[in-house]
Design a protein around this ligand. Structure first.
Ligand SMILES: [Zn+2]
Length: 534
C-alpha cells in the first residue's frame, strides 16, 4: 500500500472489515489525496475517491497537475523527533503523523521544530510494505529541514496543516477562492476601481510575507524571480480551471489571511456573496423553492388553518404567507390600505424601471416590505418587474463589461473575465452573443511561459546534497562502489533530474565519479570528500 496515494481501498476495507473506516475517510484522514483536492470541484474529489477505492491511481498525479507543478511529486515520509519520542513514551511505539506529511509542512505544527525526512519509502524499495518511524534508529535519516527554521516557514507549516484540517474532503471551489482573494486585495487597496490588479504592490507584499522561502528548496517555487512572480500571481488570481498545486493557493491565502480561521471566514463570506450573485442571475433556483412553499401553504389553507398559524408552522412571516395565498388566488383578509393611490403609482413606476426593491423603498420613502407586498399582491406586476429588472441588469452589466474590456485590451479573455466575474457570468448566461462580440478585439490567451530555471543554483544544491549524503553514509559502510540505485536512495531528487543531467555538470561529474570507481572506492572517495568529513 502506497503511503501518499493508496489504492484499491475497497479491498482493503473488506479485508479489515471496515474497522479502520471507509475509503473516503481513509483518503481524507490518512493520505495526501485530500490535500491535493483542497481546491476545486467536489465532483473531482468524489471521482478520485471512486478511482482509488476500485483501482490504482493510474495517471491521477498527472491529472492533478502534480508532476508538472514545479514542486516535487514524491512524498518522502517526515517526522518530528519530539512527537516520536512522546508517542514512544506514551504508547510504546511511534507512528507517522499525517499533518507532518503534507507538502509545505517542514516544521512540526505542535513543536515548531524542523521535521526530518526519512529514507523509508523514499525510493522504490519496500514501497508497498508497512513501516513505522522507529526505523530511524538504524540511521536512515535523509535530511533535516534545518533551513526551515524561520518564523515564516514555521507559521506556514501551521497554516497548511490547519487549512488541511478545515477543508480536506470539502474542497473550496475555485470561483469562491478567487472571490475571497479579490475581496482581500480590495481591502488592501490592491485592486483599482476598475478591478485591475496592482501587481507591483501585490508582489512586494507577497514576497515579504514569504520571506526566506527562496532559500528552502521545497518552498522556493512559490517565490520565483520578480517578473515570473508577477505573471504567476496574476495567473493564480484568475485561474479557474485547476491544475494548480495547492501550495500556490495556500501561499496566497497565508499572505492575505495569515491564519486558517480568517481564511475559513473569508471563504464563507465568498460563498454567501456567490450565492447572492447566483440568485440575482438565476431566479429559477427560487422558483423551485416557491413551488415547495406554494404546495405547503395551499395544503394548509385547504385544511382551514389561519394565515398566522400557517406562517408560524412553516417558519415564514405572515406577509409572505399572505402573498403566497394571493398568488394561489385564495381570498384572504387584507390589512387596511397603507398606500394612497399616488404613492402606489410611483412605486409601480419605479419597479418598472427595474430598480431593486430596496432602492424603490428608499426612493419612495416606504419600507422594503411594503414594496414587496405590493409587488406580490398586484396581478401581473411581478412578471413585468422581472422583465424590467432583467433589462436594467443587462444595461448595467453591459456598461460594466465594456469598461473592463476597453481598459484592459492587452489581457486575455480568461483573465478579463476575472476582473468582473459577476458581469461576465451574467452576460454569459443571458446575453452571450453580445458578450462574444464585445471581445472580438481581445487577444487570445497566451500560455504562461514557465519561469526561467536557475540551473547553476540547482546544480550546486544537488551536488552539495549528494556530497553530504555520501559523506554521512561513508562511515561504517563496507568497501564497495556505489550503484545508481544507491545514489537515488541517498538523494531521491536525483532520479527525477536524470533527464536534465547535461544541465547539471557538477552533479553529473560527482555521480560519475561515485559509480565508476570499482576499487579503492572508499579511500578515493574519502579523500575527495575529506573536507566535508572533517
Ligand atoms: Zn512535534
Amino acid at each position: 500500500m502506497s503511503h501518499d496515494f493508496p489504492s484499491k481501498l475497497k479491498t482493503f476495507c473488506e479485508n479489515t472489515r471496515g474497522t479502520l473506516g471507509e475509503p473516503e475517510l481513509l483518503l481524507r484522514d490518512h493520505s495526501l489525496v485530500g490535500f491535493y483536492h483542497l481546491f476545486g470541484e467536489l465532483g473531482r474529489w468524489n471521482a478520485s475517491v471512486r478511482c482509488l477505492s476500485q483501482s490504482s491511481p493510474g495517471n491521477l498525479k498527472i491529472a492533478l497537475g502534480i508532476i508538472s507543478s514545479g514542486f516535487r511529486a514524491h512524498h518522502p515520509l517526515k517526522l518530528c523527533e519530539e512527537c516520536t519520542r512522546a508517542q514512544e513514551t506514551e504508547l510504546g511505539f511511534s507512528y507517522w503523523v499525517l499533518q507532518h506529511q503534507l507538502p509545505g509542512v517542514l516544521t512540526c505544527p505542535t513543536h515548531t521544530r524542523p521535521l526530518v525526512e526519512m529514507q523509508t519509502k523514499a525510493n522504490g524499495l519496500a514501497r508497498f510494505q508497512w513501516s513505522l518511524p522507529e526505523a530511524r534508529k538504524s540511521g536512515v535519516l535523509l535530511r533535516s529541514y534545518e533551513g526551515a527554521r524561520t518564523e515564516a516557514a514555521a507559521e506556514f507549516s501551521r497554516f497548511v496543516s490547519t487549512a488541511h484540517h478545515c477543508f480536506a474532503g470539502k474542497p473550496i471551489q475555485h470561483s469562491l477562492l478567487v472571490l475571497s482573494f479579490r475581496d482581500a486585495l480590495r481591502e488592501r487597496m490592491m485592486l483599482s476601481d476598475g478591478g485591475r490588479l496592482r501587481m507591483q504592490a501585490i508582489t512586494q507584499e507577497y514576497r515579504t510575507a514569504l520571506d526566506g522561502f527562496e532559500h528552502i528548496q521545497e518552498l522556493s517555487p512559490l517565490v520565483p524571480a520578480q517578473s515570473a512572480l508577477s505573471t504567476q500571481l496574476a495567473k493564480l488570481f484568475g485561474n479557474l480551471d485547476g491544475h494548480v498545486h495547492p501550495l500556490r493557493y495556500l501561499a496566497i491565502a497565508f499572505w492575505l489571511f495569515r491564519g486558517a480561521t480568517p481564511f475559513e471566514l473569508a471563504i464563507k463570506a465568498a460563498r454567501y456573496q456567490g450565492a447572492k450573485e447566483e440568485a440575482a442571475s438565476a431566479p429559477q433556483v427560487f422558483e423551485d423553492r416557491n413551488t415547495l412553499l406554494d404546495s405547503r401553504v395551499s395544503k394548509a389553507l385547504e385544511q382551514g388553518q389561519s394565515i398566522r398559524a400557517i406562517a408560524d408552522s412553516i417558519g415564514i412571516d405572515t406577509a409572505t404567507a399572505m402573498s403566497v395565498a394571493a398568488r394561489l388566488s385564495y381570498v384572504v383578509k387584507r390589512r387596511p390600505k397603507k398606500l394612497v393611490h399616488l404613492l402606489r403609482e410611483r412605486i409601480v413606476a419605479l419597479l418598472l424601471e427595474g430598480h431593486l426593491v430596496s432602492e424603490v423603498a428608499k426612493l419612495a420613502n416606504v419600507s422594503s416590505s411594503t414594496v414587496a407586498k405590493l409587488l406580490s399582491s398586484t396581478v401581473g406586476l411581478a412578471q413585468d418587474y422581472k422583465a424590467a429588472r432583467e433589462q436594467r441588469l443587462k444595461d448595467e452589466y453591459r456598461t460594466r463589461w465594456l469598461d473592463v474590456v476597453r481598459s484592459q485590451l492587452a489581457l486575455s479573455k480568461k483573465l478579463l473575465r476575472t476582473l468582473d466575474p459577476a458581469a461576465f457570468t451574467w452576460l454569459y448566461r443571458h446575453d452571450r452573443t453580445w458578450l462574444h462580440e464585445s471581445m472580438v478585439h481581445v487577444v487570445k490567451a497566451q500560455p504562461i511561459r514557465p519561469y526561467r530555471i536557475d540551473w547553476q543554483a540547482r546544480d550546486d544544491a544537488l551536488h552539495n546534497c549528494l556530497q553530504r549524503a555520501v559523506a554521512a553514509n561513508l562511515r561504517g559502510q563496507p568497501d564497495r562502489a556505489y550503484r545508481m540505485c544507491d545514489l537515488y536512495a541517498l538523494v531521491p531528487d536525483l532520479r527525477a533530474k536524470l533527464a536534465e543531467l547535461q544541465r547539471l555538470p557538477r552533479t553529473a561529474k560527482l555521480m560519475e565519479f561515485l559509480v565508476t570507481r570499482p576499487k579503492h572506492s572508499r579511500e578515493v572517495i574519502s579523500r575527495k570528500l575529506a573536507p566535508i568529513l572533517l
